[in-house]
Design a protein around this ligand. Structure first.
Ligand SMILES: [Zn+2]
Ligand SMILES: [Zn+2]
Length: 153
């Protein structure tokens, strides 16, 4: 285990909380979204939302033994918590000195200075629906949700 310095700023956890990690970073300056078909399936959304962190600044806190990695025949891989299915960090195949971090697991709020967008040629049309957005401050209640349950019938 690496020593924890006072730089430590970010913690990440999967959905069930069994896998926990720390980023020994002052600031997450960069994030990226990838719109390719693989990242779409891996994230279940229009794109993933991720970043890269130097492996030496990354530390597993618990649950690393619960992680499994699916490797496609092309080499694309996806690591996940076997208890809850959350995507979890993994070392880049092309450069193991860099960890891939799925940002949705980070517990603290932050505002990256830079957002990169990859594979925009593969972006699905429903990635751009801003003019149709209806916002709710929190999860809508059952009465508000009722009409949306029936909308896709
Ligand atoms: Zn989990
Ligand atoms: Zn991708």
């Amino acid at each position: 285990m690496k020593p924890i310095s006072e730089n430590q700023k970010y913690t990440g956890a999967c959905l069930c909380g069994a896998v926990i990690f720390k980023l020994n970073l002052k600031k997450i300056k960069m994030m990226y979204r990838c719109y390719c078909s693989l990242c779409r399936k891996q994230s279940g959304a229009t794109s993933n939302a991720s970043t890269f962190v130097q492996t030496e600044l990354f530390q597993w806190q618990q649950g690393a033994q619960l992680i499994r990695t699916y490797v496609k025949d092309t080499g694309f891989n996806s690591s996940f918590c076997t208890q809850c299915g959350s995507p979890v960090p993994n070392a880049l195949g092309i450069n193991p000195k860099v960890m891939w971090i799925p940002l949705g697991l980070i517990q603290e709020d932050f505002s990256p200075e830079l957002e990169l967008n990859f594979c925009v040629n593969s972006k699905v049309s429903w990635a751009e629906t801003h003019q149709k957005i209806t916002e709710f401050d929190e999860l809508p209640n059952m009465v508000e949700l009722k009409k949306y349950f029936e909308m896709n019938s």
